[in-house]
Design a protein around this ligand. Sequence first.
Ligand SMILES: [Zn+2]
Length: 105
Amino acid sequence: MLDRTCARCGNSFQAEAKEYTCPACRKPAGIRKPWTGPLSFREQQIVSHIAQAKSNKQIAWDLHLAEGTVKEYLYRIFRKLNVSNRTELALRHGGNSNRSTTANV
Ligand SMILES: [Zn+2]
């Protein structure tokens, strides 16, 4: 093992002969939780439609999306908000949606 300074972040670390970056910098960025974070504008729109008990088909129609795309958004929303189905989503996140905005969509 060698004492080496990371080529990327400058931290010193114990390295094998051929390593030039520290273990933290060697981790691929994609390994960090990709399914968290705030909802996008589109995802918020879909949540507000779910809160109005609309079907995927109706949501797809209203937002000019394919039905399959709505499903993809839904799965992503479920993961982000840690809910398992649309009923739970509507119960937990529908109440605070802005109905005056959604009524105009
Ligand atoms: Zn580093």
